[in-house]
Design a protein around this ligand. Structure first.
Ligand SMILES: Cc1cc2ncn([C@H]3O[C@H](COP(=O)(O)O)[C@@H](O)[C@H]3O)c2cc1C
Ligand SMILES: O=C(O)c1cccnc1
Length: 361
């Protein structure tokens, strides 16, 4: 039986500003370059203008990364190439600034916040106010969370989005850290995109064939449980994910409710995004896919949500690393739209009559 979750209902997601988008398209045509010659940079500039409700768009003043960390019971079953203790150790690394996310955030002008949603208590270096448990249940044989825990996790994600937007964040970036988390991600992606597990399961941290078979078996077992609650996103998060992924779903949905653009990272964030789109239909209009993860599930998410990635660099790290690698490209797209001279301003001749009336072929 599905549970009532009225306190977790999201308001309708507002659409982007179409008028600002149209102005941006018109401005692109006035800038001193052959029409369309900046390719996807032009589309990205228009995308940002419509999300900011302003043409020209402004470079993001306060891009903010939130890394959601949590341990997963299923990691005890040999589905990752690394031991579960690495989750807490990497949280320590984030806090001292030595992880990929820290380097890429410094390079792209973003700041990083780490939230411990479910890191194993023995080793956790910080306990956040939002912490829900010390590791979520092994999803192939038990529920990840209790009803109270899933509600707390989704509410935490929403509260974090609200806190960050209220503190001035104008671009939100979500990252993941949790050994084993590509297993629940694969369960969500398989179920919500209607894809066979074998076409979704990836190598995660770099597992060998034996571990791949264990991971695929765990995903099949978890899917058997998940299928029963397929049409109830909160129940799906409760049975088959973990507090980190449930919080991510709440965060991604609430960012959209708050009209704040989000740069999506890889397969784990993408899996949470599939559920967030069910929690808050239309939320995907506020998300820009930063990259195509090397994990097969990443591509399935992009197709399902109809998102075109900015980059395809075969990244398979998580931690928001792909999102932060794409951020300078998005900033370039904003700046060319905002700062390039128009044909009139620069005294440069526009397209000839034949060109202006449309493409030749
Ligand atoms: C040192 C290290 C740093 C990481 N940063 C992100 N991940 C990524 O890899 C993990 C998911 O892959 P799997 O499901 O195979 O365990 C997650 O922690 C994810 O954030 C890392 C993994 C490791 C080992
Ligand atoms: O694409 C990702 O986000 C990813 C891939 C492998 C491991 N962790 C994350």
């Amino acid at each position: 039986m599905s549970t009532e979750h009225n306190d977790l209902e999201f308001p309708a997601v507002p659409g982007p500003d179409e008028q600002a988008g149209r102005e941006a398209v018109a401005r692109q045509a006035q800038l001193t370059k052959p029409a369309g010659s900046l390719g996807r940079l032009e589309e990205l500039g228009v995308w940002v203008a419509a999300r900011q409700g302003a043409c020209p768009p402004r470079p993001f003043a306060r891009p903010r990364v939130i890394v959601f960390a949590g341990d997963h019971g299923v990691a005890q079953e040999g589905v990752s190439a690394y031991p579960p203790e690495v989750t807490a150790q990497m949280v320590g690394n984030f806090l001292s600034g030595g992880a990929a996310v820290n380097v890429l955030a410094r390079q792209s002008g973003a700041t990083v916040r780490v939230v411990d949603m479910a890191v194993s208590a023995d080793t956790a270096p910080v306990v956040s106010a939002h912490k829900v448990n010390n590791g979520s249940g092994a999803i192939d044989r038990e529920d990840a969370l209790t009803d109270e825990q899933v509600r707390a996790a989704i509410r935490a994600g929403r509260a974090i989005a609200d806190e960050e937007v209220d503190s001035g964040a104008d671009l939100l970036v979500a990252g993941d850290m949790g050994i084993g988390n590509t297993t629940p991600a694969a369960v969500l992606i398989s179920l919500l995109t209607g894809t066979e597990p074998v076409a979704v399961v990836g190598r995660g941290t770099g597992i060998d064939d034996q571990a791949w078979m264990r991971k695929t078996a765990a995903i099949r077992d978890a899917l058997r449980r998940a299928r029963k609650v397929q049409h109830d996103p909160v129940e799906l998060l409760r049975t088959s994910t973990g507090a980190d992924i449930a919080a991510l779903a709440g965060f991604l949905a609430q960012a959209a409710v708050r009209r704040t653009p989000v740069l999506l990272d890889g397969v784990v964030i993408g899996a949470a995004a599939l559920v967030a789109e069910e929690l808050a239909p239309g939320a995907r209009q506020w998300w820009l896919a930063a990259h195509r993860s090397a994990e097969p599930g990443g591509q399935l998410v992009l197709r399902h949500l109809d998102l075109e990635p900015v980059l395809d660099l075969e990244l398979r790290l998580g931690e928001a690393s792909g999102a932060l690698t794409a951020l300078p490209v998005v900033t370039s797209a904003i700046k060319v739209l905002a700062e390039m001279a128009t044909f009139a301003e620069a005294g440069v001749g526009g397209p000839s009559e034949a060109e202006a009336t449309g493409p030749k072929s």
